[in-house]
Design a binder for this molecule. Structure first.
Ligand code: PEP
Ligand code: MG
Length: 577
């Protein structure tokens, strides 16, 4: 038995047999050619690229290919047609007088090595796309069959050094129960897609492909971010029962689907979903969400090598709004920067990016990018119930500037004949200064949504991604609780709803506290909605307020943590079952 820890890319437990998906090609032939053969070599290359393009087109036209998958295939199509790349191969063939497969292979190796050495996780993630497209062209040149995961006819756990995005799109998703790869990060395409397909996945395992043997039993624990190869009987039995328990629990919770998240004394809390890509809408609806509380629009940009234009953005927003059938959808304007740098804006290295040129700051100094997004958003508002939300607002000036810009663009669109409903414009509260002046900000906002992921990081000065100081990252820190309390008070005093869309909203130990603090809406990944709903339906606002009263008197997060643990593992334990 061997346990390997990686990055949790998509939660859940999958147990099955290893299917090794390999791109390891037979050796690429290497031979010299005559000057007179250069043209013929290039003709072979062009024919292979044409065939690869045709394959990609066919994939793209597939019935179950969603819009974001299409965007990935579009990026691959652009790579196949990239003239700079073709010139590089052509020059390589005429300069070295070597066969075209070899020149292609070597040129891409050099490029891949450069990409792999990049500090940026996003650049490294894009090397997968380049590898994918090149393998496709090489397969054509060498008359090799492309390995197809679309034809999988038995349930498997996919193990690979790196899973290509086009494989993830094309694979037979009903047969892939879990994914384990050596490479990959949470922002790689494969991670994004595995989450949207709800396939338990662990990426970044470094050497799973080396240790795994075809057909051996493997456990993918996507929740904890680890895999177990060849598990012993006891481990297998424990995971089997955990997996059954997980499914039994999920089925039971799904019975709450049509019931409101209403406390025993009649207060309705809106439970909404966070999404990154439009394909997640199905899961949002099956988990009974009251709407989408946070659509992280920057993922459309992160997934693309080119800036998505107004039409592409408009189509994505429209699709989400229409699919939600009139339920509210809050789309957050670009939260690029920090750890989320789009390929199109690379090269803007900062020494302190988390405190740097990100989110609304970035948009306000790239008004053309902001304008394109706002036009797409406002135009899409005719197709559903849209709310627009600004990230990382730190004070009134930014809010005023951004809100005025929305008004200006709405007037522009109306003057050109667009019929637009009034769109509520709200802000995220994720910077401590915004929480402190939330009374002022509430006068110019239609709603607040607290982003605790960042609010905790900035309040306690603890990098949310640094595991060395993770012990300090504490949602129940009295400093954080006081800010949450202040934001809800100030929002309500001005009569606007206050939501939470950070991860704390999905923490079942926090639910009772958040109800007691007075949050009107909690937004989280879809799969967490049923368990939070079950807790809300089992408590009263009165008892939640009493618990908040106790917790707010405590001196340290350890005390609050222990207090809530005692409650949730004692009196309220049946609500977690
Ligand atoms: C947050 O900061 O809590 C939030 C929801 O935004 P993100 O996680 O995208 O930074
Ligand atoms: Mg944030």
């Amino acid at each position: 038995m061997k346990t390997i820890t990686g990055i949790s890319a998509s939660p859940g437990i999958a147990i099955g047999r290893v299917f090794i998906h390999t791109h390891d090609a037979p050796a690429v032939p290497r031979y010299a050619i005559e000057v007179g053969q250069v043209e013929a070599e290039m003709a072979r290359f062009v024919a292979a690229a044409d065939a690869a393009r045709e394959e990609l087109r066919l994939l793209r036209a597939g019935e179950d290919v969603g819009e974001d998958q299409r965007a990935i295939l579009d990026a691959h199509l652009l790579m196949v047609d990239d003239s700079e790349f073709r010139d590089r191969v052509q020059n390589g063939v005429s300069d070295t007088l070597m066969n075209v497969e070899w020149v292609l292979y070597r040129s891409v190796q050099v490029l891949l090595e450069q990409l792999q050495q990049s500090e940026s996780e996003l650049i490294r993630a894009r090397s997968t796309d380049l590898h994918d497209v090149t393998s496709r062209v090489l397969n054509r040149l060498l008359n090799r069959e492309t390995v197809s995961l679309a034809d999988l006819d038995r349930e498997v756990i996919l193990v690979a050094h790196d899973l290509m995005p086009s494989d993830a799109i094309a694979m037979n998703k009903r047969m892939v129960r879990g994914i384990a790869t050596d490479a990959g990060s949470r922002t790689s395409h494969t991670a994004i897609l595995s989450r949207s397909f709800e396939i338990p996945s662990v990426l970044g395992l470094s050497n799973v492909a080396r240790y795994a043997e075809s057909d051996e039993v493997i456990i993918v624990d996507g929740t904890r971010g680890r895999i177990v190869l060849d598990p012993d009987e006891a481990t297998l039995a424990a995971y089997e029962s955990e997996s059954q328990e997980w499914h039994r629990h999920e089925v039971q919770l799904m019975r709450l689907h049509d019931l409101p998240a209403e406390t025993k004394d009649g207060k309705l809390i809106e439970l909404k979903a966070n999404i990154e890509v439009p394909d997640e809408v199905d899961s949002v609806l099956t988990h009974g969400a009251d709407g989408i509380g946070l659509y992280r629009s920057e993922f459309l940009f992160l997934g693309s090598r080119y800036l998505p234009g107004e039409e592409q953005q408009f189509n994505s927003y429209k699709r989400v709004l229409e699919s939600m059938g009139g339920k509210p959808v809050t789309i957050r304007t670009l939260d690029l920067g920090g750890d989320k740098v789009a390929k199109s804006f690379e090269g803007l290295a900062e020494s302190n990016p988390i405190l740097g040129w990100r989110a609304i700051r970035f948009c306000l100094s790239n008004l053309d990018v902001f304008r394109t997004q706002l036009r797409a958003l406002l135009r899409s508002s005719a197709y559903g119930k849209l709310n627009i939300m600004f990230p990382m607002i730190s004070g009134l000036e930014e809010l005023q500037q951004a809100a005025d810009f929305v008004d200006e663009i709405a007037s522009e669109l109306r003057r050109s004949g667009e019929k637009l409903p009034d769109v509520p414009v709200g802000i995220m509260i994720e910077v401590p200064s915004a929480a402190m002046v939330s009374d002022i900000l509430a006068r110019r906002s239609s709603f607040f949504s607290v982003g605790t992921n960042d609010l905790i990081q900035y309040t306690i000065a603890v990098d949310r991604g640094n595991e060395r100081i993770a012990y300090l990252y504490e949602p129940f820190h009295p400093g954080v609780l006081r800010l949450l309390h202040l934001v809800v008070e100030n929002g309500h005093r001005q009569g606007i709803p206050v939501a939470m869309c950070g991860e704390m909203a999905a923490d079942t130990f926090a639910t009772i506290l958040l109800v007691g603090l007075g949050f009107d809406e909690l937004s989280m990944s879809s799969s967490s909605i049923p368990e939070v709903k079950q807790i809300i339906r089992g408590i009263t606002v009165r008892e939640a307020e009493e618990i908040v009263g106790e917790a707010m008197e405590m001196d340290s997060f350890k005390d609050v943590d222990a207090y809530l643990r005692r409650l949730m593992e004692g009196t309220y334990a049946p609500l977690l079952a």
